[in-house]
Structures are given as C-alpha cells and as structure tokens.
Design a protein around this ligand. Structure first.
Ligand code: FAD
Length: 296
C-alpha cells in the first residue's frame, strides 16, 4: 500500500529479557486471552489448594508478580481485592486472606520508578499493610514451575507467576532501516518524526524524548509506555495530519506531553489516603475517585 504519510502505532509486548524459564512459566498480560488464561489458572490453583488443605493445613497459594511498575502494582492490589470474593466459590477449606499470598518483586530500588519517590513509598506501605510481600532490588534470574530464583539464588515459591517487568516493541521495526533503541522502539524527535520525515511513530513503539516543564536545557528524558501518552500523541498527530491535508503546516509546534498517571489501588484505598496526592480533577465520577490513588 503506497503512502504519503505513515504513522506507526503497533504497540508493544512483554519483554522477558531472555530470563531462563520466564517465557515458558510466567504469564504475561498483553492480551485479553492472556488475562483470561491467568484467571483460569488462578481458579484452578484455588480448587487444587482447597482439595489439598484437609491433608496439608499449612498449604498456601503463592502468586509472584515480577515488576513493580504500574501494571505490577495494580495487579497486586487487584489480587488483594479479589481474595475477598474467593469465598463465594464454595471453597470451604481455604481462608483466602490467609492462604493466598502475593509477592511483588521489583528489580530497581523502589516501586513505580516513573513516579516521585514519595508516591513509591506510599504505594509500598499501602500494599504491605494489606499483606503483599514487597521486595525491591531483586532481579529475577530464572523461573521454574515451583517458583523463582533471584540473582543471589534466593528462592521465592510461586505456583503462579505473572511477568510485568517491561516491554519491547515488535522486532520488525528494527528491520525498517530507521533508528531504533534496544527495545526496538522507533527513535522519534519532539514532533514524533522518525528519521524519515514522512514516517511518524507514537505510543509504546516510539521512543519519544521529553523535557519536563521547568527543566529546559536538562538532558531529555523519554516518555513512558502508557495509554495517556499514546492518546495525547494521537491527538497531536491528528491535528498535524489534518493540517497537512488542508495544505497548512503546524509542524513547527512540538508534541507537548501533559503529565499525569492514574494508578488504581482498589476501592479500599479511601479518599483520606489519597487527598495528599490528589490534584483537582473535575470530570471524574465521585465513586471512581475512591479507586484512584496516585497522581504523579
Ligand atoms: C496489563 C496492562 C495494564 C496497563 N495499565 C495501564 C494503565 O493503567 N494506564 C496506562 O496509561 N497504561 C497502561 N498500560 C499500557 C497501555 O496499555 C499502553 O501504553 C497503550 O495501550 C499503548 O498504546 P499503543 O496504541 O501504543 O499500543 P496498543 O494499545 O498495544 O495498540 C497497538 C495495536 O497495534 C496492533 N498491531 C501490532 N502489530 C501490528 C502489525 N504488524 N500490523 C497491524 N497491527 C498491529 C496490535 O494488535 C494492537 O491492537 C497497561 C498495559 C498492560 C499490558
């Protein structure tokens, strides 16, 4: 298909970083099918635990989440919430709050590295208060069907392991003859142009430089792979291309990222816990605000 202007927006998928066993044993959550697979495996493990309990009263279901970014933190919170509903399945031998254990493993020194340190600390405290085992500066070295080993050869038992440790863009992007980074993301400028001025890229598959307001002149950072970023970039490119079609040019205006991030830590994070972090938001439904914890 010939084109005058091409916009590449092919997203990303989980990056297992060649960790032995990860692709085979861990569950990624890139698609609805994978999420459904995780739900079914969770149900299966709960039924198995329920059958095992009469013979082994101390048996537990251990769930490990690799990656303490937004996805891993949200999943840990959602699993805590889900435990409250597990008793409805007639699994009379298990006490979900005691028998289902969630461990969150993060390679860096803190959770939610893209957010200010204060928010990372709060997220960690809230998760730990509610029973999640949070381990930072732990790099997972291999994954087996029984659990995970870190680079110190410490073992973390896990019947279920979810991989949320990072992304990579599709490999074919590295074969287009355009510059990419080590995650196969197309290098773009502040107008979302690749090296070829007729080819734009946006969203997870683009590596977009970003200079935070007030930090002009500093070394540019890069925008995170988030829906908010992709959405804002799509809105920007829509205007650029619409103007181009009309024979106008607004290309001199660079893409401006409006900062913001929502991280759900479940309804049990009540409003008094988020007040300190909440910025004015006028168009969010009241009950939804209760589900929101972090704004960075
Ligand atoms: C579990 C999970 C939770 C997340 N939670 C949040 C969150 O709370 N907040 C947030 O901001 N972000 C979140 N994200 C990240 C967010 O989903 C992505 O940043 C966002 O979807 C990126 O948008 P995109 O358009 O770049 O890519 P995508 O939404 O992935 O869309 C790319 C599309 O391109 C299609 N495609 C791929 N290859 C080709 C090809 N060769 N030809 C044609 N089509 C192709 C894909 O099928 C896909 O439909 C989450 C991601 C995951 C996995």
């Amino acid at each position: 298909m010939p084109y005058d202007t091409l916009v590449v927006e092919v997203g990303s998928k989980s990056n297992f970083f060649n960790t032995p066993g990860a692709a085979q044993q861990a569950i990624a959550l890139d698609s609805t099918a994978q999420a459904e697979n995780f739900r079914l495996q969770l149900m299966r493990e709960l039924v198995l635990l329920n059958e095992l309990k009469p013979q082994q009263p101390k048996a537990k279901l251990n769930i490990a989440i690799v990656g303490g970014g937004a996805t891993g933190v949200e999943l840990a919170a959602e699993l805590l919430e889900a435990r409250l509903g597990m008793s409805f399945y007639g699994l009379e031998n298990i006490k979900p709050l005691e028998d289902v254990l969630v461990t969150l493993l993060e390679g860096g020194p803190r959770l939610l590295p893209a957010l200010p340190e204060k928010l990372s600390q709060t997220a960690r405290e809230l998760l730990q208060e509610r029973g999640v085992r949070v381990e930072t500066s732990v790099r997972v070295a291999r994954v087996t069907s029984e659990g995970l080993y870190d680079t110190q050869d410490l073992f973390y038992p896990a019947q279920l392991c979810v991989w949320a440790a990072g992304i990579e863009a599709p490999k074919f992007l590295a074969q287009l003859g355009l510059a990419v980074n080590r995650l196969n993301q197309l290098e773009v400028d502040d107008k979302l142009r690749t090296e070829d001025a007729h080819v734009y890229a946006l969203g997870d598959c683009a590596h977009t430089p970003w200079v935070e307001e007030g930090k002009e002149g500093a070394e540019p950072a890069f925008l995170p792979a988030r829906a908010q970023v992709a959405h804002q970039q799509a809105t920007y490119l829509f205007k650029v291309i619409a103007a181009r079609i009309k024979g106008q040019s607004i290309q001199s205006v660079p893409f401006h990222h409006v900062r913001g991030m929502l991280n759900s830590l479940c309804p049990w994070v009540r409003r008094h816990e988020i007040t300190e972090f909440r910025e004015p938001i006028s168009n969010v439904r009241e009950n939804w605000i209760d589900c929101v914890m972090l704004f960075g």
